[in-house]
Design a protein around this ligand. Structure first.
Ligand code: DQA
Length: 139
């Protein structure tokens, strides 16, 4: 069974309450539970932190023994050289995910320190972006 983890960055614990016009009205826990039920053939975990160093620690801890990492580093995507370096340093392939189409938003969201070392990038499909990322590891 493939071992995959979804790692979410800052403010994504507020999904469902935060700017629902952009991020939707479903909480991540609700979404994650339906996905877990759907993909019973995957060992799927979830981690969220608002703290940059905790995200780096988690990437390092999973980065040599998981089959896939789905990373939405949220605002740190656009600022964190540290997280970008970690994605480069680890062996597990990372698929970068965003709920919104960051290229249709402010210019500062067009920059990503993750993308150059990601296996691929999926964005703009709402929470379905995560599901597409799971499927990319199964095909
Ligand atoms: C986001 C896009 C980021 O620009 C933003 O800072 C987020 C969420 C997304 O999933 O659309 O917090 O990563």
């Amino acid at each position: 069974m493939k071992k995959i983890i979804i790692i979410n960055g800052p403010n994504l614990n507020l999904l469902g309450k935060r700017e629902p016009n952009i991020y939707g009205s479903l909480s991540f826990t609700e979404f994650f539970n339906t996905v877990k039920e759907k993909y019973t053939n995957v060992d799927l975990e979830y981690f969220q932190s608002n703290i940059e160093g905790e995200l780096i620690d988690k990437l390092q801890a999973c980065g040599f023994n998981y089959d896939g990492i789905i990373l939405n580093a949220a605002a740190y995507t656009h600022t964190s050289v540290g997280i970008g370096d970690t994605v480069k340093a680890i062996e597990t392939p990372v698929v970068e995910v965003h709920i919104s189409n960051t290229f249709g938003r402010e210019e500062f969201r067009h920059q990503s320190f993750i993308s150059p070392n990601a296996k691929g990038v999926i964005l703009g499909f709402g929470l379905q972006s995560y599901e597409l990322a799971i499927q990319s590891f199964l095909d």
